[in-house]
Ligand binder design. Sequence first.
Ligand SMILES: NC(=O)c1ccc[n+]([C@@H]2O[C@H](COP(=O)([O-])OP(=O)(O)OC[C@H]3O[C@@H](n4cnc5c(N)ncnc54)[C@H](OP(=O)(O)O)[C@@H]3O)[C@@H](O)[C@H]2O)c1
Length: 300
Amino acid sequence: MRILVTGKNGQLGKSINKVVNTGNGKNNYQQDNEFIFVGREELDLSSESNISHYFDRSNKFDVIINCAAYTAVDKAEEECELANQVNHLAVKQLANIANEQKAKLVHVSTDYVFDGTGGKPYKETDKTNPINIYGETKLAGEQSLKEIMPTNAIIIRTSWVYSEFGNNFVSTMLRLGKERDELNVVSDQIGSPTYVTDLAGAILEIIKNKEFKEISQATQIYHYSNKGEISWYDFAKEIFKIAKVDCKVNPITTQQYPTPAKRPKNTLMNKAKIAKTFSVGISDWKESLDTCITTLKAQQ
Ligand SMILES: NC(=O)c1ccc[n+]([C@@H]2O[C@H](COP(=O)([O-])OP(=O)(O)OC[C@H]3O[C@@H](n4cnc5c(N)ncnc54)[C@H](OP(=O)(O)O)[C@@H]3O)[C@@H](O)[C@H]2O)c1
C-alpha cells in the first residue's frame, strides 16, 4: 500500500514516522507498504489550490492518514477562518480526493467536539456540542468527511495528546518544574491523556487489520486515549513524581485560569469500540507517561 501521512512535523506525524522507521516497525510496517510523510512545505492545507496541486502531481495513494490540524485551541478563537480551512475545508477536500483515488482515509479528531457536561465516558454516538472554535472546526471536518465518504474512512477522536516531540503539557510541566518551586494547575477539567506513541501504534495496527482493509466498510468514528480518569492537576503531579522534579503543584479552578477558548469540563471517552473492533490495546496512563519521560531523559 502507498500510505500518505500528513502533518509530518507534528506529534502524531513524527511518532508514526518513528514507529515505522525504527526497531520492529521497519519489518512490520515497511514490508508491504511505502510511507510518504509530508508537512506544510509539501502539502499546505491552508490553500485549496495547493492541496489540488500536490495530489495532481503525486501518484495515487491507497491510504491517507491525516495527522495535520490547526491545534492552537486558544489562537483559533481569533484565527477562525484559518482553523476552519485546515480542520474542516481541507478535510472535505481530502475526502473528495480519497474518493477519487479509491483510497481509505484515516482522520484524527478530538474530544473537544463534546461540551464536557455528559457525566459519563462519551461514546462515539453521544451528542456533540463543541464549546470553542477549535472543537467546532474539528466537528465540521468530521461531518463533511462522513457526508462525502459514507464508506472507507475512519475518524479517531483522541484527547490530551503528549509526546517526546515538541511542545505539549508534559514538556511544558518539565520545563516550568525546573524553573519554579510551585505551580498552579487546573483540577476541575477531567479527561484521559494520550501518549502519542500509543496512538501511532493503534493507527498502524488498524491499517493492517483485515476489517479496515475490506472495501466499502461503513465509515466509523472511534474513541482512543490511554486508560484513566484524571485532571490536569493529577497529570502534573504524576509528571513531577516520575521525573523526580521537586515542584509543588497547587490545584486551581478553571475560573482561576481564564483562557480565550472555553474548555469542556469532562471529556472522558469510552474506548470499548476501538478495542473490540481492532483488538487495539489501551495502555494505562501512568505506564505510558513513564515510558514518555524515560524516552525524554534518554534524549537529553
Ligand atoms: N494535541 C492534542 O492535545 C490533541 C488533542 C485531541 C486531538 N488532537 C488531534 O490529534 C491530531 C494530531 O495532533 P498533534 O498533537 O500531532 O498536533 P500538532 O503536534 O500540533 O501537529 C499538527 C501538525 O499539523 C500541521 N499543520 C498545521 N497547519 C497546517 C497547514 N496549513 N498545512 C499543513 N500542515 C499544517 C502542523 O505543521 P507545523 O509543524 O508546520 O506547524 C503540525 O505539524 C490532530 O488532528 C489534532 O486535532 C490533538
